[in-house]
Design a binder for this molecule. Structure first.
Ligand SMILES: Cc1cc2nc3c(=O)[nH]c(=O)nc-3n(C[C@H](O)[C@H](O)[C@H](O)COP(=O)(O)O)c2cc1C
Length: 193
């Protein structure tokens, strides 16, 4: 009985630590973006719609232009097969051909860049975007949606792949399509009323 209780207590502590880690990023101190004349672009990839919803919520408050990354290729209907294909693509550093494009990316100085967490990192479609566009000198604000794992290596990998840009460490990390606290986060960054 005592052993069982100890195991249950240990599991509860692990669960609480996991939930804390997954949500803690949105409680960190947010610094204001000091760029004077803000020319905002919101770019995102979304497979099942969560990141799209967060992107649209950011757009409503921060304004600017919004762009959805689309790329060649399809994924299997079966979820397990789909996640295995995505895993292989990430392991192989696969870069799908983009099928949507942005004109005049140079006119923006702030880019909100959104991706789901896939196997702890950003998606191949987002990596293709970073390979294809020069974001040198721009401030990039990541927004990541996840299924419980939090940010993991997403922002670190985004920074490494975004040559010459300044990736803010004050990005958004949210579970699924949750936008709880999004307005407050944007306000602290200097967007919205
Ligand atoms: C291929 C694949 C891999 C995933 N890997 C992770 C992961 O490593 N950690 C995590 O927390 N969530 C993971 N998820 C869950 C997604 O990050 C989460 O559902 C996200 O909000 C989906 O965004 P979307 O609807 O914009 O595609 C994964 C989902 C898929 C489809």
């Amino acid at each position: 009985m005592k052993t069982k209780l100890t195991v249950v207590a240990a599991l509860v502590i692990c669960l609480l630590a996991f939930v804390y880690k997954a949500t803690a990023q949105n409680t960190k101190e947010i610094k204001k973006i000091e760029t004077g004349d803000k020319k905002v672009l919101i770019v995102y990839y979304s497979y099942s719609g969560n990141t799209k919803q967060v992107a649209e919520a950011i757009h409503k408050i921060a304004g600017g232009d919004i762009f959805e990354i689309k790329a060649e290729g399809t994924y299997p209907q079966d979820y397990n097969e789909m996640v295995q294909q995505a895993k292989k693509e990430i392991t192989d550093n696969f870069r799908p051909q983009l099928t949507t494009s942005i004109a005049n990316i140079e006119k923006y100085n702030i880019v909100f860049l959104g991706s789901p967490n896939w196997w702890g990192t950003i998606t191949p479609q987002l990596s293709s975007f970073l390979d294809n566009y020069d974001l040198t000198g721009k401030t990039v604000i990541p927004f990541i949606t996840h299924g419980g794992g939090g940010e993991q290596n997403t922002v670190k990998d985004m920074s490494a792949q975004c040559k010459g840009c300044k990736v803010s460490l004050n990005g958004w990390t949210g579970y699924g399509k949750s936008t709880d606290g999004l307005e407050d986060w944007l306000k602290k960054l200097g967007f919205g009323k």
